[in-house]
Ligand binder design. Structure first.
Ligand code: SF4
Ligand code: SF4
Ligand code: FES
Length: 752
């Protein structure tokens, strides 16, 4: 039944474009091959990362032997074709298109936010359109405010890029075309939701029709200095450009033609540690504290280089290193690798988009990893992929792409994975010892304890038959599970023996980098230094510790992205205080700058000995990413010993699920004024009844020794008896909350 994502060698084709011999592969469009061969064809509606929209006709070309002009953005190239991209007729055609675009377009570039980076402005000049030759009566169409973006229909050229990203990429499906000849407009059918993902629509709008409300009328594009970097929040390390003037970030953009940002990076850029000066006495106290400490606690908001400094200090001074989420992920991946024989899981986002069937389990993916969710959405939209979402809590935000929801009991993840293995690996050749464990499973008992019916699994199995290209996406619910290591081994069977594209989504921030670079510990010893975590002595970029540190947008360094890419970050905003490297130097290490450690990142974990300044940081003309480098594959010892699933210790009583909303990942996104959001405990009416709570009650409860004081809110979009508990707003305690994500808690009412 199972078959891998096809890896067929593409068939090469040769063609001639403007007299130049070009090569490509079967299935590529004329435009794609032209761009690969540095041949310019003008476009207005083309967006590399979506399917061709084919609404503008600017990309027309002549193909020898074919009547009429051909749309190069959607026409597949054929072997031996002879193509002309330029002629008097083609120029005239394009000029006429530009004239049409300019009918009634106000051309008030002087006051338009897009001026200086507007496709219409640029191509109007390119095609010598110097005036508006004809006009029609312009209907009254006021500017609309849609929360994070605003829409001016008068400037809209109806290219549909915004609709396509909203549908094909982010999947919020908020924007639609309202057809009506010259009165056609874009409408927002989900205005109430105020999706921050709509920032993506503004990012791809070629004109000034859609703009970010927060940026509107604040600066001209050409006045801003673009500083390339990587997203420090979501774990995907995707490209960002901080656009800065006079020490202030005005907006965050990216290579929107090819890549997509999470909303946390687009709006959560104001998390720098401001107005810090060198405080010698606090610095001396820090050195003293380090000399007396036994343990360093640190959060995921730690660069690769800082993680290496901690590791070196551990080797030199014997500190215990505690970074709980990264440690859980490290143990999980070690167990996973012990089956596959490789340090990292094989899965990639690219293969995810090509999948025809995807199973997601152990993560509330839309909130945990928006970039992964976007790729899931692409698989759904482009491959019509079946998406099976397995989780204790239904998520309405992805119901538009989920074809089967399988609810399981919190705590039963090991049993669920065993049931999946039993169902989907039936016809797969497995080593005898592994097969013996699967044969011994007590299916009836696992099914009863997890509450996953055998008929649901059978429906899942049947729906996957004959599909080509499977992905399995798993996440943070599994890493801190008491049976995480056996779960990891069971999941690794899918990659190794059934060719699944398995993505183990790391926790947000730089958990993946930390897990590769540091030998992490489980137990605290002696007094503690906290780095963006509350310790006996606290170094903090949040501005409330014993010694200030720079935030990740105030330092150079690298992050390890979930794409297995090591990506550079640059200094965006000024910082005048001490950095971790100063402390390391005072303790006996020696490096003038933190980035001297970039080339020392451990090669035995796949890192390369490359100087920070030599790391590339761009996309080429066809969208291939040249940012940093991909981790090398590393082989590890194989030990496929599996255990029987343990008896399930279910979560009874009042259960909350630690999960941040989509734009929030840490105390740093919480610091962002642009992302200000109340952190309520949100539960269904059913939860409220079971927990004897009313909407608006003030409550308190404790998880991992951290006391939460919150307001309870009934959320009618939720079902079931588990409430969502955000952790991003807990400041220096945020990183301490890292146990299994479902927690049975005692809720105390402290007011209403
Ligand atoms: S959308 Fe472009 S062409 Fe139109 S007014 Fe703005 S800058 Fe000028
Ligand atoms: S709002 Fe912008 S992106 Fe959307 S159709 Fe109009 S011009 Fe194109
Ligand atoms: S780019 Fe081909 S039709 Fe617009």
């Amino acid at each position: 039944m199972m078959s891998n994502i096809r890896n067929v060698e593409p068939k090469a084709i040769n063609l001639t474009i403007d007299g130049k011999a070009c090569s490509g592969v079967f299935g590529q469009t004329i435009l794609e091959i032209a761009r690969e061969n540095n041949i310019y064809i003008p476009t207005m509606c083309y967006l590399t990362k979506t399917l061709p929209i084919a609404s503008c006709r600017m990309c027309v070309v002549d193909v020898e032997g074919v009547d009429g002009m051909i749309l190069s953005c959607q026409e597949k190239a054929t072997d031996g074709a002879v193509i002309k991209t330029n002629s008097d007729e083609l120029y005239k055609e394009r000029q006429n298109i530009m004239k049409l675009y300019n009918v009634n377009h106000p051309l008030e570039c002087g006051v338009c936010d897009k001026s200086g980076e507007c496709d219409l402005q640029n191509k109007t000049m390119e095609f010598g359109v110097s005036g508006q030759n004809f006009t029609t009566k312009e209907p009254y169409r006021p500017v609309q405010n849609w929360g994070v973006i605003s829409y001016d229909p008068a400037l809209c050229i109806m290219c549909e890029k915004c609709v396509r990203v909203s549908t094909e990429i982010t999947g919020d499906e908020a924007l639609k075309v309202k057809f009506g000849g010259y009165s056609s407009t874009i409408i927002n059918v989900k205005e109430d939701a105020n999706y921050k993902t709509l920032g993506e629509a503004a990012a791809v709008c070629p004109v000034g029709a859609l703009v970010d409300t927060s940026f509107k009328y604040t600066a001209n594009a050409w006045e801003l200095n673009k500083i390339p970097s990587a997203c420090p929040h979501c774990g995907a390390g995707h490209d960002v450009n901080y656009e800065v003037r006079h020490g202030k970030v005005y907006r965050v953009t990216n290579q929107a033609e090819f890549s997509t940002m999470c909303s946390a990076s687009r709006y959560g850029f104001d998390f720098d540690n401001k107005n810090v000066k060198k405080d010698v006495s606090s610095f001396n106290s820090a050195i003293e504290a380090f000399k007396n400490a036994g343990t360093i606690l640190f959060s995921n908001e730690t660069s690769n280089e800082e993680a290496l400094i901690f590791q070196k200090l551990k080797v030199e001074k014997g500190y215990k290193l505690i970074s709980s989420e990264a440690r859980a992920y490290q143990k999980f991946m070690n167990a996973y690798g012990s089956v596959t024989g490789k340090l990292l899981a094989d899965g990639t986002l690219d293969k995810l988009t090509k999948s025809r069937a995807v199973i997601v389990m152990g993560t509330r993916i839309n909130d945990d990893a928006p970039i992964v969710k976007y790729h899931l959405n692409m698989a759904s939209k482009w491959q019509r992929a079946r998406v099976v979402y397995m989780h204790p809590i239904v998520d309405d935000e992805i119901s538009n792409i989920v074809t089967q929801f399988i609810k399981y009991e919190a705590g039963s993840e090991e049993g669920v994975v065993a049931l999946l293995a039993d169902t989907l690996l039936k016809d797969v050749e497995l080593p005898d010892s592994v097969r013996a464990v699967l044969n011994d499973l007590d299916i009836g008992n696992l099914s009863a304890e997890s509450n996953v019916g055998e008929e649901e699994l059978e429906a899942l199995r049947k729906s996957l038959i004959k599909k080509v290209g499977y992905s399995l996406v798993v996440g943070s619910d599994l890493y801190a599970h008491p049976r995480a290591e056996n779960i990891a081994k069971l999941l690794a069977l899918f990659e190794k023996y059934a060719g699944f594209n398995v993505i183990c989504v790391p926790p947000a921030g730089n958990a993946m980098g930390i897990s590769l670079i540091c030998e992490l510990d489980d137990e605290v010893e002696g007094s503690t230094i906290g780095y963006n975590v509350k310790g006996d002595f606290t170094l903090s970029a949040l501005g409330d510790g014993d010694l200030d540190m720079p935030a990740l947008n105030q330092q150079e360094g690298t992050l390890t992205a979930l794409t297995k890419r090591v990506v550079p970050m640059n200094v965006v905003l000024e910082y005048g205080g001490y950095v971790l490297n100063d402390i390391a130097n005072a303790l006996g290490l020696s490096a003038e700058y933190t980035i001297e450690y970039t080339k020392e990142l451990p090669s035995e974990k796949g890192f390369e000995a490359v100087e920070f300044d030599a790391l590339p940081d761009h996309f080429d003309a066809v969208g291939t990413e040249h940012r940093g480098y991909l981790l090398n594959e590393v082989e590890v010892a194989v030990d496929e010993t599996l255990e029987e699933p343990a008896e399930i210790d279910g979560c009874d009583g009042t259960v909350v699920y630690n999960c941040n909303p989509q734009e929030h990942f840490s105390a740093f996104t919480a610091k962002s004024k642009n992302l200000e959001q109340n952190a309520y405990l949100r539960g269904s009416q059913q939860f409220a009844t079971a927990a004897k709570l009313a909407d608006g009650d003030k409550i308190s409860y404790t998880i991992d020794g951290v006391k939460f004081e919150r307001v309870f809110k009934i959320d009618t979009s939720l079902k079931g008896t588990i409430a969502l508990n955000p952790t991003f707003d807990m400041g220096l305690s945020s990183a301490l909350i890292s146990s299994y994500r479902f927690n049975q808690v005692e809720i105390e009412k402290v007011g209403s």
